[in-house]
Design a protein around this ligand. Structure first.
Ligand code: ADP
Ligand code: MG
Length: 434
């Protein structure tokens, strides 16, 4: 979509480097705040216009994202139609992670880096840059960000950062946002209202997606700590008593423990909603007995019954149990994605949006939702390691099956391979997983 107007905050971001701007003396810009407020779109456009406003064809620039895949999806995909509309030529060299932009006879070279991609840290070391844009900078390792900044040796170089808020002890907040004046950086704080393209209805939907610390961070744009319950909003509204229709597909999620409890959930999809219909929860301390992998496997078989299970998503660290499942040959296994904070955020949204629902029979899940809490007095966001077993298997399900990232090719291809002959009706909606 081609923007028809920009908000005042967005206009400041688009023009801060122009010689007649009151902010022109700054050497860096930091945009933090609410999700979807237009930080990435306006910053990437401003960065390209700035690169073409001076410099020469020998100068190199860098776009950095959490990964190259997320950079392509979140930054390049929306930027391309805009630049083409404004008369730029766009040539992307996929294999070299390079983008060549030209405007008339003028041309600039942009390199793409992913802060979390293994090879990127090494590659960026060898390059000299005139400017670097860090999209979602709070999600990159500090060492990568510092390396990227160290590559900007030109006198005219400027640093461009944007991010959503995290914990107030996050290094980016402490070192850059709190010290913006000292570092001669312009800080612009964004809120949802700073994106003029969002209707009141869409803004209301975003507001309803988050609660607690995530609401304060992603909607109000504040750097606050996570406190109290992880899912404070969980209530009967997120539960169900009977399935509305027969399920089209089935998946089992599993968090495995020997001393700690083992939790497994059976999920069935009706339309766009996944229902946790049954669960198995074995706590060796509560039962005062332990179970072997074979016994847990027997419980898995019992949970599955005669249902065609598309996959079992399991705790990647449960090597012995994963091997037991594989050896039996009945269920395809997918090692779960295990990013805790990102996963918790996805589970919160999935519950709030009604994309997952929990059977009122799943007593252990419901109990844990009421107890699962953030660690107190830590310098990092971390949930307490208690009452977290059903919570973990639900998170594995959401991160890996409900909400996989396109870069999770392993899960994607496995799920495709296990697609029943004749296909299914799945795969229509944008966020459908397979
Ligand atoms: N002024 C605008 N006019 C039209 N669309 C906009 C405008 N600002 C942002 N958008 C769109 O709003 C969405 C969110 O913007 P984005 O830059 O991704 O936000 P953020 O990086 O703050 O999460 C994108 O689809 C973007 O193209
Ligand atoms: Mg963004």
């Amino acid at each position: 979509m081609i923007p028809r107007r920009f908000s005042e905050k967005q206009r400041a971001l688009l023009s801060w480097w122009c010689p007649d701007s009151p902010y022109a003396n700054h050497t860096a810009i930091l945009c933090d705040g609410a999700v979807r407020s237009g930080k990435t779109l306006c910053m990437s456009l401003s960065f390209v216009l700035w690169a073409f406003s001076g410099f020469s064809e020998e100068d190199r620039f860098a776009f950095c994202g959490k990964t190259i895949a997320s950079l392509r999806r979140n930054l390049l995909a929306p930027l391309r139609p805009l630049l083409l509309h404004y008369g730029f030529q766009w040539e992307e060299q996929l294999s070299r992670n390079r983008l060549l932009l030209s405007y008339g006879k003028d041309c600039r070279e942009f390199y793409l880096f992913g802060g979390r991609d293994e090879s990127s840290a090494g590659l960026i070391q060898g390059i000299t840059l005139a400017g670097v844009l860090l999209d979602e900078a709070a999600l990159m390792p500090r060492s990568f960000v510092e390396q990227a900044l160290a590559r900007c040796s030109s006198e005219q170089a400027r640093f461009w950062f944007n991010c959503n808020p995290e914990h107030p002890y996050h290094w980016l907040y402490q070192e850059w946002i709190c010290k913006a004046a000292e570092k001669n950086a312009l800080r612009l704080h964004f809120e949802l209202d700073d994106n003029p393209s969002l209707s009141e209805k869409v803004k209301a939907r975003y507001r309803s997606l988050y609660s607690g610390a995530f609401y304060e961070r992603f909607i109000l744009g504040k750097w606050v700590r996570a406190e109290g319950l992880v899912y404070p909003f969980f209530s009967e509204r997120h539960q169900f008593k009977a399935l509305p229709a027969p399920c089209a597909e089935w998946v089992i999620s599993c968090d495995y423990g020997t001393v700690n409890p083992t939790s497994m959930g059976l999920w069935g999809r009706c339309g766009d909603v996944w229902y946790r219909t049954e669960e198995y929860y074995f706590d060796s301390r509560r039962e005062q007995a332990s179970r072997t992998d074979e016994e847990h496997y027997a419980a898995l078989e019992q949970l599955a019954g005669s249902l065609p299970i598309r996959a079992v998503v399991a705790d990647p660290s449960a090597a012995s149990f994963l091997e037991t499942i594989r050896r039996k040959g009945r269920f395809p296994v997918i090692p779960a994605k295990n990013e805790v904070l990102d996963g918790i955020r996805r589970v919160s949204s999935a519950l709030q949006e009604g994309r997952i629902r929990i059977s009122s029979r799943c007593a252990d899940s419901i109990r844990e939702f009421g107890l699962y809490a953030w660690e107190e007095n830590t310098a990092l966001d971390r949930p307490k390691k208690e009452h977290d077993h059903a919570m973990d298997d639900i998170r594995y399900f959401v991160s890996t099956i409900l909400d996989p990232q396109p870069e999770d090719f392993a899960a994607f291809s496995l799920l495709r391979e296990t697609q029943p002959a004749g296909g299914s009706s799945a795969g229509t909606a944008e966020r459908r997983s397979f």
